[in-house]
Design a protein around this ligand. Structure first.
Ligand SMILES: [Zn+2]
Ligand SMILES: [Zn+2]
Length: 357
């Protein structure tokens, strides 16, 4: 069971039995030319709604990116339906380690310009000239090589709670920022170093690896199926786990614990903690890490100002918010000056130092 490209009938049966009446949390993506995105979107929605599939799916002319939860008993028909779509036949499904029946609450299939907001002009480079895809075993080997620079292609709030040993974790808010930062910092090493990259499920590396090759990096590798698939493989094949902490995921579960290491700190008191929360003040909703004792003391708020607002009667809070943009864009807001223990390291080499590389 090396890659989840082809789940055998037996493997599927095992999976469904393990889950019982539960739901399976699954993600997959595929770059493929989709001409009529609206029609495709409607087709998916009707078929999957019937199967009680929940989740967030983006469809674009460049392909599909899906995070969803499927009732275990409907997994087989769901898989059969995927196989009826030519470019999704035998697509690799990343199946979560921990399942949560409440990972998604609705089925949303949206048409977008791109399946990942990467900020790249695809016409400016050859997106099909990707890096070498490696499995967990090869990846483990590569990242021990002194000539390797291992780069985490995710954003700061993701790598903060978990990343591979020795990984460079750019402290960025967007993927685009991360691409530039890495290129800048590794300018001298385009030919002599192996650039090895990973992300949650592999999708961000698909473009990033092609972009770096275009920028002149000679040895570019990417972890096939990302962290999610890596963890599956190390379990199935008894390989050494080199991932520390938790894998941040984009559903209600927030993260999956991969190793017992707690590598982050409470942003308020600095004690070891790696649980993300959103500030209870709805007008703030800041995403940050809070330990249990700060949670209690601060009433799940990020600041005393938010605590005061949160204590007001709901109607008063609403009145206060009137006219102000209430941003629920939690991922963009994962920084604030009043959180003393949120690391703010913009330079790759500073990050390397702080990660003891
Ligand atoms: Zn704390
Ligand atoms: Zn707040």
């Amino acid at each position: 069971m090396q890659l989840y490209n082809n789940l055998s009938a037996k493997e599927r049966a095992e999976l469904i039995e393990q889950a019982g009446k539960e739901r399976l949390t699954i993600s997959f993506y595929k770059y493929a030319k989709i001409n009529n995105t609206e029609i495709f979107r409607n087709h998916l929605f009707l078929a999957w709604d019937e199967l009680d599939v929940l989740g967030r799916i983006y469809v674009a002319n460049e392909g599909i990116n899906a995070q969803l939860s499927v009732p275990a008993e409907n997994f087989e028909p769901f898989k059969n339906h995927l196989d009826t779509i030519s470019f999704l036949e035998n697509v690799r499904l990343n199946i979560a380690i921990e399942h949560d029946n409440f990972a998604f609450l609705k089925l949303k299939v949206k048409v977008r310009n791109k399946i990942v907001a990467d900020g790249l002009n695809d016409a400016s480079f050859d997106v099909t000239n990707k890096g070498v895809h490696v499995n967990a075993e090869k990846f483990n080997e590569l990242i021990e090589d002194p000539n390797t620079v291992l780069v985490d292609m995710r954003n700061h709030y993701e790598s903060e709670i978990g990343h591979f040993k020795n990984a460079v974790t750019p402290d960025v808010d967007t993927f685009r920022e991360s691409l530039d930062l890495i290129e800048e910092d590794l300018r001298e090493h385009k030919e002599d170093k192996k650039l090895v990259m990973y992300c949650t499920g592999g999708i961000r590396c698909e473009k990033a690896s092609a972009y770096y090759k275009h920028k002149g990096f000679k040895n570019v590798f990417q972890l096939e199926g990302g962290i999610i698939n890596y963890v599956r493989q190390i379990e199935a094949e008894g390989l050494e786990n080199k991932f520390l902490g938790k894998n941040f995921v984009f559903d209600e579960r927030r993260s999956e614990r991969i190793s017992d290491d707690v590598i982050a700190n409470c942003h308020q008191c600095g004690e070891p903690a790696d649980l993300h929360t959103n500030c209870a003040n709805e007008a703030c909703h800041l995403l940050f890490i809070q330990c249990d004792s700060c949670k209690e003391k601060m009433e799940n708020c990020c600041s005393s100002t938010c605590m005061e607002i949160n204590r007001l009667p709901y109607e008063e809070q609403k009145a206060l918010r009137k006219g102000q943009g209430n941003s629920n864009d939690i991922f963009k807001k994962g920084r604030a000056d009043h959180l003393p223990f949120k690391k703010d390291l913009r330079n790759i080499f500073e990050t390397m130092k702080s990660n003891n590389i």
